[in-house]
Design a protein around this ligand. Structure first.
Ligand code: NAP
Ligand code: ZN
Ligand code: ZN
Length: 375
């Protein structure tokens, strides 16, 4: 699609505490995208407008965008409060096309990544600590949110994106770009808790759910020296789990799977996307072990007994900050880690969504954005 520059005055919907914000924009860039227009509509071609780079912005021509299960949760409004039209996508890799006058870190032609957020307040404790994802004022999500200017945000199922230079990641040279896009969410979401909970060589780590997050968890925990076990409800994934670096595989559908493996693990990363029995999974933790919830299914009951008896801990973790995301990318480059992907053209997004929901993905769908330019 050609760059078309238009002058437009934009009025955002009720945003900050019911206030309506009027934003004068000098130039907007018409951009081809795929969008959901409602929670029940399939995604379809759509045109959005990006802001022209301001002094601190970069404009990125998107090359690849991963399909995260969170895209599906949100496009179908499974978490509530979804904003439509919605252009999902927060696993973005592209090439810098232009930079604002104050930008010092980036030059046209650089390969860059964008993850789950594009801004934050930059003043609160978490922001000052480099954990912008926990911003007290709420991070500005890459899509299904609002930018600091009050305009709705649109994600990576599109040909380009304008982002403040401080919220852009550097992709280390030599990384395969289509296999790197999923690191911007699936990679950091698994890397961050492995670091936070101090996983070290010899620890026994279990990864529940061998999907987009799960397969990255297996690779990264393995590279940290842990002995990794996959807990999967898909017995046919056994061989692949071992190929990905797991030393053991437990088919959770086996009747005695949980009893036979009780009190085995130091850490469990739970990436399962639908409601499941937390108590059974907690029983697999050793004394003082920790289970970290990464998947976000509907509210799920839990017995205090599972935690109290062995002083087990239940934690959650949300993606990672910019600094840690860069650290993860550099770690993956050093260890030659990238995602296993199935690259698809944009018109197959809806089919990909159905397959993700059926756990039929090896292990991340990635949209080749050049297919969108042509459509
Ligand atoms: P995914 O690729 O669909 O993987 C989820 C896995 O859950 C599936 O591959 C499957 O693994 C397992 N699963 C699915 N249905 C199941 C069932 N009926 N019973 C037991 N296990 C089942 O999804 P993803 O992109 O990795 O995302 C996983 C979850 O994490 C989603 O809820 C997503 O929204 C959330 N998420 C959270 C963060 C965060 O920051 N915390 C970031 C990104 C995503 P098996 O076939 O091996 O059982
Ligand atoms: Zn995600
Ligand atoms: Zn903040």
């Amino acid at each position: 699609m050609q760059v078309v520059e238009v002058v437009k005055e934009y009025t955002s919907p009720a945003f900050v505490r019911g206030r309506t914000t009027k934003i004068r924009r000098s130039k907007l860039l018409k951009t081809a995208a795929y969008a959901a227009l409602s929670p029940t509509a399939p995604l379809a071609p759509h045109v959005i407008q990006r802001r022209e780079p301001g002094a601190n912005d970069v404009l990125i021509d998107i090359l690849y965008c991963g399909i995260c299960h969170s895209d599906i949760h949100q496009a179908r409004d499974e978490w509530g409060g979804a904003i439509f039209p919605m252009v999902p996508g927060h696993e973005i890799v592209g090439r810098i096309a232009g930079v604002g006058s104050n930008v010092v870190k980036w030059r046209a032609g650089d390969i860059a990544g964008v993850g789950c957020f594009v801004d934050s307040c930059r003043e609160c404790g978490p922001c000052m600590d480099g954990e912008e994802q926990y911003c007290e004022k709420g991070m500005n999500l890459t899509y299904n949110g609002y930018g600091r200017d009050g305009a709705p945000t649109y994600g990576g199922y599109s040909t380009r994106i304008t982002v403040d230079e401080n919220y852009v990641l550097r992709i280390p040279a030599g990384m395969p770009l289509e296999r790197t896009a999923p690191l911007l969410c699936a990679g950091i979401t698994t890397y961050s808790p492995l670091r936070r909970f101090g996983v070290k060589a010899g620890d026994r780590v279990a990864v529940a759910g061998l999907g987009g997050l799960g397969h990255m968890g297996v690779k990264i925990a393995g590279a940290m020296g842990a002995s990794v076990t996959v807990l999967s409800h898909s017995p046919e994934k056994r061989a692949e789990a071992l190929r990905l670096g797991a030393s053991e595989f437990i088919a959770t559908v086996e009747p005695r799977a949980f009893q036979e493996n009780a009190s085995s693990f130091d850490l469990i990363l739970d990436t399962v996307s639908i409601r499941h029995d937390y108590d059974s999974y907690l029983s697999l933790l050793r004394h003082d072990g920790t289970m970290v919830l990464l998947g976000i299914p509907e509210p799920t009951p839990l017995s205090a007994y599972s935690l109290v008896m062995q002083r087990r801990r239940l934690a959650g973790s949300l993606i990672g900050g910019i600094r840690e995301t860069q650290e993860m990318l550099d770690f993956c480059a050093r260890h030659h880690i990238a995602s296993d992907v199935e690259v698809i053209p944009a018109h197959r997004i809806n089919e990909a969504y159905e397959r993700v929901v059926r756990s039929d993905v090896r292990y991340r769908f990635v949209i080749d954005i050049s297919s969108l330019k042509e459509s």
